[in-house]
Design a protein around this ligand. Structure first.
Ligand code: NDP
Ligand code: 2IT
Length: 444
């Protein structure tokens, strides 16, 4: 379609060097072409041109001192992408690979993901090239305090509500919240993923992973299948991966592999999650330590090797572009039947093509991993009402939201001529909701 390819060309020209942002936008533009053809009102109002331009981008210096007293400088980001359907909402990523293009890809995905949840949340993302790995708790605290000293002026419970992502978990959210409160003198739900004794929601820690599996259940159900008795692998060994594996095991699957950025563990008897949790959540160690305790398991250097394991279900839960064409072809050759993405954009466009061409059930990130931000939305709701729901209440709501997302995506795919293609369905379903809100609100 001429319009979308012109928009894409302009975007690449205006935002050079932001490969991941280009990739995320390209997929969405390709998916929504039939929507634009059927509804010229979106073209006339230049909804697409507007939605790919962040409402606001903030880049700032984050100076802090390490334990030796040496001054360190990092770069901080917050991209407030869209407030069409609610306050900006999305995580913070602390990882040395963070740059503006990465934050924009994540922020752009977040707009449509958040819309799919059915909750009132706009899209945003932030972070820093700070590497928490190997830092002491004190160093992480000083960094977080400096980061928040700038961020504080841009966020608020009804303006912009950050949360965690890679490298940002409960510890970091605590330090960030403490500094926000100290500067603003307001105790409000400005961050999600808070501690349970100071405004956090039950199920938020588990939400991304559990949501991935609830979504996977929906996909399998459409083919008369269940999770029970299947084999699976889950890449990464952080928040998304751990709780994906926990729910997968609860539902009767055998998970035979997990990884980190150095390598992967293969445990043919099934991963012992208590060991992984101790290593990763308490000791902040490496996945290779797993085999010291379980000598029947094997450790292999190199994180991509995990996709060579023969399994029914693949659960990418580490990072973007971790499954390329080669890995996808290997998974298909080994008989994979379903892929549900917990990480953001973990499959390259070529890998997605391989899955779809081979009839693999494919749950794209912005649908399959929306459980995390969905329970963040529930945390915001509880904070506003000053109430706390039980684990069962929050979990039931999460299940309901994942069912709603699956239904929205599969119906949109059907309606726009791509039955079964949840990539198209998720993009169209999310886009329509945001686009209609933008039309209602005039030229903003
Ligand atoms: P964590 O920091 O808890 O864990 C990240 C895991 O992924 C670690 O095992 C890490 O290994 C691995 N990893 C990170 N970067 C790379 C890399 N470049 N190559 C290989 N492995 C890597 O983060 P999360 O579990 O929260 O995030 C994982 C994914 O899930 C991300 O894509 C994130 O955007 C997505 N996500 C997270 C949500 C949340 O609520 N937390 C919600 C929705 C999506 P190592 O320790 O070696 O770095
Ligand atoms: O990618 C994501 O959806 C997240 N990191 C969670 C964002 C949130 O605001 O809970």
């Amino acid at each position: 379609m001429v319009i979308t390819s012109e928009i894409m060309d302009r975007l690449v020209e205006k935002n050079p060097g932001e490969a991941e942002f280009h990739q995320a936008v390209h997929e969405v533009l390709t998916s929504i072409e039939p929507v634009l053809e059927r509804h010229p009102k979106y073209v006339k109002a230049k909804i697409v041109e507007r939605i790919v331009e962040p409402e606001r981008q903030i880049i700032f210096r984050v100076p802090w001192q390490d334990d030796t007293g040496e001054v360190q400088i990092n770069r901080g980001f917050r991209v407030e992408f869209s407030s069409a359907i609610g306050p900006y909402k999305g995580g913070l990523r602390f990882h040395p690979t963070v740059n503006l293009g990465i934050i924009k890809f994540l922020g752009f995905e977040q707009i449509l993901k958040n819309a799919l949840t059915g909750l009132a949340m706009g899209g945003g993302k932030g972070g820093s090239d700070f590497d928490p790995k190997g830092k002491s708790d004190d160093e992480v605290m000083r960094f977080c305090q400096s980061f928040m000293t700038e961020l504080v002026r841009h966020i608020g419970a009804d303006t912009d509500v950050p949360a965690g992502d890679i490298g940002v978990g409960g510890r970091e959210i605590g330090f960030l919240f403490g500094q926000y409160k100290r500067i603003k003198n307001v105790f409000e739900g400005v961050l999600t993923g808070k501690g349970l004794n100071w405004g956090g929601s039950l199920v938020r820690t588990e939400a991304t992973g559990y949501g991935v599996i609830y979504f996977l259940e929906e996909m399998l159900k459409s083919k008369g299948e269940t999770i029970e008795g299947k084999t699976a692998v889950s890449s990464g060994s952080g928040n998304a991966s751990i709780y994906t594996v926990e729910k997968c095991q609860q539902l009767g699957a055998k998970v035979v592999g997990m990884s980190d950025s150095n390598g992967y563990v293969h445990d043919p008897e099934g991963i012992r999650l208590d060991t992984v949790r101790r290593i990763k959540e308490i000791e902040r160690g490496r996945i290779k330590e797993y085999v010291e305790e379980h000598p029947h398991a094997t450790y292999h250097e190199g994180w991509k090797g995990i996709w060579s394991l023969k399994v029914d279900i693949a659960l990418p839960n580490a990072t973007e572009n971790e499954i390329g064409r080669e890995e996808a072809e290997l998974l298909v050759k080994n008989g994979v039947i379903a892929v549900a993405e917990g990480a953001n954009m973990p499959s390259t466009p070529e890998a997605i093509e391989v899955f779809l061409e081979n009839g693999v059930l494919f749950g794209p990130a912005k649908a399959a991993n929306a459980g995390g931000v969905a329970v963040s939305g529930l945390e915001m709701a509880q904070n506003s009402q000053r109430v706390a729901w039980t684990f069962e209440e929050a979990d039931e709501k999460l299940k309901g939201i994942m069912h709603h997302i699956y239904t929205t995506a599969s119906e949109a795919a059907e309606e726009y001529g791509a039955p079964g293609n949840l990539v198209v369905g998720a993009n169209v379903g999310g886009f329509l909701k945001v686009a209609d809100a933008m039309l209602d609100q005039g030229l903003v």
